[in-house]
Design a protein around this ligand. Structure first.
Ligand SMILES: [Zn+2]
Length: 532
């Protein structure tokens, strides 16, 4: 075995996997645009299965293990690709029947989330309808009823999810990991101990600021809903998990700024101003609401060769402005890859790094410089609005951080010991990290109504790490790239991102890439300084 043998294996592997990747993405796209369509759904499951079958091949994995054990001297790119392929095989090393069973179970749970309608007010209500009530209703009894209804799906999902978790754990243990959670951390190149001690620090550092914000928010909300009791029950908040900042009247909304805006044009102008052209990406995107179309927003890279597609459902408000900036952040990362790298390396270094780029740009719709230069507001108006917008952004960050700490810590426990009293643990965490009072005598699987636990397992930590990286990048850009507190209108920003983040792709692990780009490891101090 030599470097060139491994090289030719990798080339064969890529030739096999690239079209399957494209096929899967195209089918995902088709289903997302068409909505409920059994035929498309079947096609998607088949495409996913074909892709997984490649990584399920146990003879091939045996060979990879032998090569790994032989300690071959490989060149840098070959070694990196070999590692990525090897890590792709690991979680799929199971009986093909078990793999099929897992795909089937995951799809079932996803369907349950998509199609479930809660019993409410003597009829059925969708998740969006219940959320709308939590956003607008002022009668506290009705708020409580709506909140309770948002949890019903979790009570249905929980037994299925627990079965799935025990299968995932069993397979991970057979592969020599303590559990599925630890396996996924290792395969995502995340050091579990380091991440959790980071979360400890974030919890401590954010405690005073969050406590202050929370008590101000609670009194505003209680006044608004004429609540006199001292408890802070979860139905006070506009989001079923209190993961978002409720618009509570203490801050001015930016929605007025965007009520007649051309969101698509502003997105293009934003990226153009930092030297990144997105005309082709806009042409390939599907940006407006339609019957049956997926209501979410996402970006996918079909071929690592420029077939990058963004799905949005633009409405003229600040949330969609921010979402468009976010999704096209993913898209420029994918577009400006290094065409000379092989397929597997023409991709972001990590989920957290592409989230960081998306978040860095998504935050701009609340930035005074952006509001003047891109949205065209008079400077005085932009300053006035952005004072409250920045307060909103800071509140959003704190609230999201505390929510993410709750979910990430809970998810680890879910895999470590799913036999413990999870219903109680959930509310212990919610009370401790989010300072929300548990409903009296509540013993229900409320946690299972969070779809990420079922459909994107061991993923949520990447959002927090992405926010931290976004703050680190912004700091570096201000200090070293632009050398002022400016971002918008600076072509040097785009050049920096392309050269130091996008082009390296996945050739380095995420932290090495970040260190090469900014001179330091992921450092939470920048996020703390910016928001806490
Ligand atoms: Zn994203």
């Amino acid at each position: 075995m030599s470097n060139s043998d491994v090289r030719s294996y990798i080339e064969r592997h890529e030739a096999l996997i690239a079209p399957l990747h494209k096929d899967y993405n195209e089918k995902f796209w088709k289903l997302s645009l068409a909505g409920n369509n059994e035929e498309f759904e079947k096609a998607l499951i088949e495409a996913k299965q074909k892709y997984l079958d490649v990584y399920n091949n146990r003879d091939e994995f045996q060979q990879l293990r032998q090569w790994k054990a032989a300690g071959l001297q490989l060149d840098e790119l070959t070694a990196r690709e070999f590692k990525l392929i090897f890590d792709g095989f690991v979680p799929n090393q199971m009986d093909p029947e078990v793999l099929r069973d897992i795909v089937r179970r995951e799809t079932q749970i996803e369907n349950l989330f998509n199609t479930f309608r809660a019993n409410f007010d003597g009829g059925k209500a969708s998740d969006n309808q219940l959320r709308e009530i939590l956003r607008t209703e002022t009668n506290i009894a009705r708020r409580r009823a709506a909140w309770e209804a948002t949890k019903q799906v979790g009570h249905q999902v929980a037994p299925h999810l627990l079965e799935l978790i025990s299968i995932r754990n069993k397979e991970a243990r057979e592969l020599g990991y303590p559990d599925y959670y630890s396996m996924m951390f290792e395969l995502q190149e995340l050091d579990e101990k380091w991440v959790f001690s980071l979360f400890d620090r974030l919890e401590q550092l954010s405690e005073p600021a969050f406590t202050a914000l929370k008590s101000e928010l609670d009194s505003t909300l209680k006044e608004k809903f004429s609540v006199t009791e001292s408890e802070n029950y979860p139905w006070l908040y506009s989001d079923p998990f209190f993961q978002e900042f409720p618009q509570a009247g203490s801050t001015e909304s930016l929605d007025d700024v965007f009520k007649d805006a051309d969101i698509e044009r502003l997105t293009r102008a934003h990226y153009e101003s930092i030297g990144l052209n997105i005309d082709d990406l806009i042409r390939q995107a599907d940006l407006y609401e339609r019957d049956g179309k997926s209501q979410h927003a996402f970006c996918m890279d079909c071929d690592h060769r420029g077939d990058v597609r963004v799905l949005c459902n633009i409405r003229k408000n600040e949330r969609w402005m921010s979402t468009m900036l976010h999704e096209f952040g993913h898209a420029v990362y994918d577009k400006y890859n290094d065409g000379s790298l092989p397929f597997l390396l023409r991709a972001p270094a990590h989920t957290l790094t592409t989230e960081a780029i998306a978040m860095l740009n998504g935050r701009m719709s609340k930035n005074p410089e952006w509001l003047t230069k891109i949205a065209g507001l008079p400077e005085s108006e932009a300053l006035r609005l952005s004072a409250s917008a920045l307060k909103t952004l800071r509140s959003e960050m704190l609230i999201f951080l505390r929510w993410a700490i709750t979910l990430v810590r809970f998810e680890r426990e879910l895999y470590r010991d799913s036999g413990q009293n999870l219903n109680r643990l959930w509310w212990e965490y919610v009370e401790r990290f989010q300072k929300v009072t548990p409903p009296p005598n509540r013993d229900q699987a409320d946690w299972a109504s969070k779809n990420h636990l079922a459909t994107s397992p061991v993923y949520y930590q990447n959002y927090v790490l992405g926010e931290l990286m976004a703050s680190q990048l912004l700091h570096y850009i201000h200090q070293q790239v632009v050398k002022s507190e400016s971002y918008v209108g600076q072509e040097a920003v785009g050049r920096f991102l392309v050269e130091k983040i996008f082009k390296p792709g996945a050739r380095y692990d995420w932290n090495t890439m970040l260190k090469r780009a900014t001179g330091e490891d992921l450092n939470p101090a920048h996020f703390i300084a910016q928001f806490v």
